[in-house]
Design a protein around this ligand. Structure first.
Ligand SMILES: [Fe+2]
Length: 231
């Protein structure tokens, strides 16, 4: 069985990377082969989506490293299930792209953004960083440790499913997208998800794996490769 990127679970490799001060031995998804990308045909980058209103445009947190589960100077960690989000940034030729800035921002476990325009009455989590930024390594890899975001109401009758926003800034491309989680009940009510074709939905959905090595036993690995046009 292969995931949306043509990667079989058995092909997940053990490795160790250091990004944004976070160094943990972990499984790493191999890059897609060029032939795997080319057979998809043209225009098959990871689908772009809107940035939404909650990007921390005016004030990014002082702590913006790759571990969103703790804020420096605080002893407690963020509430919610830990997820190690990782993968590679690739171009349409299937080459890993190094030096791409990868930003993520997301709601906390209760579905609330630490942003002044978020109308959700759900509580803030003072220990959740909410935003992080790393740069891909020589093999195009990125990695964050975060918590699984909660879904949240968009209107009185519609919801956003759990998702993490991504913005990638390379030398040639700026790419804004979102990552969804597989099997979420709210996916079928999320209009940004349901508007996508089934194939596109696969491309924006991560693959969840069991934790390994020194990871928390209850945590999960979310594997997600991102394809941008050039890099
Ligand atoms: Fe969002």
């Amino acid at each position: 069985m292969t995931d949306q990127m043509g990667i079989t679970p058995r092909r997940v490799l053990q490795g160790s990377i250091a990004l944004g001060g976070l160094t943990i031995a972990a499984p790493l998804a191999p890059a897609l082969g060029a032939e795997e990308i080319l057979k998809w045909g043209p225009g098959l980058t990871t689908p772009s989506t809107v940035a939404g209103p909650f990007y921390p445009l005016l004030s990014k947190p002082v702590d913006r490293d790759a571990d969103l589960t703790v804020i420096s100077g605080r002893k407690d960690r963020a509430k919610g299930p830990v997820v190690h989000v990782m993968g590679r940034v690739l171009n349409l030729k299937g080459d890993p792209v190094k030096g791409v800035q990868v930003e993520i921002w997301q709601a906390n476990a209760a579905g609330r953004y630490d942003h002044p325009v978020d109308p959700n009455p759900a509580p803030l989590d003072p220990n959740f960083q909410g935003y992080g930024v790393v740069v891909t390594d020589a093999e195009g890899r990125y990695r964050f440790k975060t918590i699984k975001p909660g879904g949240y109401p968009l209107t009185q009758s519609s919801y956003r499913a759990p998702h993490i926003h991504f913005e990638l800034t390379g030398r040639m491309d700026r790419h804004i997208t979102q990552m969804w989680f597989p099997g979420e009940l709210l996916n079928s009510q999320d209009q940004l998800f349901t508007v996508l074709s089934p194939r596109a939905q696969q491309k924006v959905t991560c693959k969840l794996e069991a934790p390994t090595g020194s990871m928390e036993p209850e945590s999960q690995i979310a594997l997600w490769d991102i394809v941008i046009p050039n890099g």
